[in-house]
Design a protein around this ligand. Sequence first.
Ligand code: GLU
Length: 446
Amino acid sequence: MTDIKVRFAPSPTGNLHVGNLRTALVNFLFARRQGGHFMLRIDDTDTDRSTAAFEASIREDLQWMGMQWDSEDRQSARLDRYDDALKTLLADGRAYACYETPEELGLKRKAQLSSGRPPVYDRAALKLTDAQKAGFEADGRRPHYRFLLDDAEVAWHDMVRGEVAYHMSSLSDPVLFREDGRVIYTMASVVDDIDHGITHIIRGEDHVTNSAAQIQLFEALGAQAPAMGHVALLAGADGEGLSKRLGSLSIGQLRGDGMRAEAIASLLARIGTSDPVVAQAALDAIIAGFELSRFGRATAKFDPAELAQINTRVIQQLDFADVAAELEAAGVGGGSEFWQAVRDNLATLAEAGDWWTVCTAPLAPQITAAEVTTAAADLLPAGDLSADIWGDWTKAVAAETGAKGRGLFMPLRLALTGREKGPEIAPMLAFMGRDRIQARLRGETA
Ligand code: GLU
């Protein structure tokens, strides 16, 4: 193990979707690639919106993806630590009590905007006398607390974006605690990252300005900020922001649609990078090919159609042993031979079950050229039905009927499978069996 330690910090206020799963994956791959530590931190300070069910579903999705975490913690278990940190900041003059109501703050913002000034908090609370504060308290107001930003430029070398600089004069002093005593993420996250010894923070670019303020907060709490990397957000295939439908596309839905974890990881590990997307059937290969430095500033395009293609290519790489348990659970028999017969033609594993049904349960054949299919029934060779009989058998049918090419093969396919497309028929014959083959070729449901 190196001393690298990263964290994925979901708020359990919804299911994981492709955007936040990508953040998790990038952290996971970064840690695994370098022998580092991957932590799961549950950001559950928003008690109104956090639920145990969302948390359970996030854990299930991460585990299903094969992204096992090395340790975990939750913000709701660390409230004392945030109180301690606030005391430190108050003692050092880096936090201050404010008494404005949301309505008063709203009016200030409006006035600033209408006179063309940036809506930055005016620090009026810094000038409150003790008597004024006592007056607010006597009126039943409770303070919220803000962090006093240092009026300077904060610059860092971002692992993804390169040199980044923000002047703090353009930011409002961030609120650390609400008037109801609940800590705000900005504060809790920094205290956690310090206590957990996080070395690298990798998250979405929507956190960049947060990071600028948080870097000062790390320093005010006597720590050095971790290295930071902000990955570009996902866009739909058209380059526009993720549509509502895609943005809320949950991992559970993708799983239900038959997408494999390795296909999702293959795509999410590479979109937005200068490396090509490669379908990998094993997470280890994705780890080995991961470089954070390849991520760029341009939005990454997520295209469900591309995911479906990668899924097909992942399935083509799976050996029978990789899928035996899933096939058995789905009632698919035929062992390795059946898997070899259908594997290259599957968009999802569930389709193996469809082909097993085609081979082993009655279906109504489609007869489009009765002379061809009847001849095929008559000419079916005796003996076992290995795939090698196909060539001689179809040649014999061609010689008898004069049919060739599509005119020969499509009637056979439609009669035997009831479908226009699918895996090669030859290796499926053995699973259909002689009686079923001949009956279907004669137009009987079998
Ligand atoms: N809970 C925060 C979020 O989901 C975590 C951000 C961070 O990684 O610091 O946006």
